[in-house]
Design a protein around this ligand. Structure first.
Ligand SMILES: Cc1cc2nc3c(=O)[nH]c(=O)nc-3n(C[C@H](O)[C@H](O)[C@H](O)COP(=O)(O)O)c2cc1C
Length: 235
């Protein structure tokens, strides 16, 4: 097999491997059959997210030109497709080996995502691409301290989870590990920014969150609350 034939066959091989692992990165099969405006529904504490439409979106360079912070946000609900795509863009699985849209130092994935919806707070189960109910009720006021947070249909809260770092055999100063995790978080946040720029949604990455308040809601330590990010339609 010459180099050109090999390069041509790589995507086909990758697709075969992915299909075996139950994940297909083929843009056609990833396209959801769900209607565009399908509402978000929860069944027994689970919101089953749908696959992202890999064929939509504006060119990368145009998305970069549109990337900005928008605080003039509406209370309009996101569709299931939009909610699913925000989370998948943030840190969803995009390969058959379980790796994700955002890079993570040593693939340790130290950032969990909680989705604060008007109906409750949910944990994003990345492997299953679903949201699991943590606590029912409207906790938007506990997820920030700016007016737009309280009315937005989606606030993401990024939470430190060092579970995968605990068995790390290669020693590293904590400050260096934390810098690496900060980069992971920055990449997740920028993924959301890029999706929003392409989809015409508004977003704000926020340091302004009361860690004590929100940590009580999801029962973690205050120092685990890293940042938050609001996503909503524009007014
Ligand atoms: C680490 C970090 C923390 C931020 N915290 C907040 C915040 O709490 N509230 C807010 O409204 N904007 C926040 N921002 C958004 C910045 O204010 C915004 O990115 C900056 O004004 C530049 O504007 P631009 O994003 O439109 O380019 C934060 C941005 C970063 C990177």
């Amino acid at each position: 097999m010459n180099r050109r034939t090999f390069l041509k066959s790589v995507p086909a091989l990758a697709m075969l491997a992915s299909a075996k692992a139950g994940f297909s990165a083929d843009a056609n099969t990833m396209t959801s059959a769900a209607p565009q405006g399908q509402p978000v529904t929860e069944t027994e504490g689970v919101i089953k997210l749908i696959q992202p439409d890999l064929k939509k979106g504006i060119p990368t360079m145009e998305a970069l030109s549109k990337r900005r912070t928008d605080r003039n946000l509406s209370d309009k609900k996101l569709t299931l497709q939009q909610l699913s795509e925000v989370l998948w863009s943030a840190d969803g699985v995009n390969r058959s080996d379980g790796k994700r849209t955002a890079p993570a130092a040593r693939a340790k994935y130290a950032v969990d995502i909680y989705a604060v919806l008007p109906e409750g707070v949910y944990f994003y189960d990345v492997a299953k691409h679903e949201l699991k109910l943590v606590v029912k009720g409207d906790f938007r006021r506990d997820s920030g301290m700016q007016e737009f947070v309280y009315i937005a249909p989606l606030n993401l809260v990024y939470v430190l989870n060092l579970k995968n770092w605990q068995d790390e055999s290669r020693p590293m100063p904590q400050s260096k590990r934390d810098r690496w995790i900060a980069v992971e978080l920055g990449c997740i946040s920028q993924n959301v920014h890029m999706y929003c720029a392409s989809e015409g949604l508004g977003t704000v990455i926020r340091g302004m969150i009361d860690e004590n308040k929100f940590s009580e809601v999801i029962k973690v330590k205050p120092e685990q609350i890293l940042m938050a990010q609001t996503v909503a339609c524009l007014k």
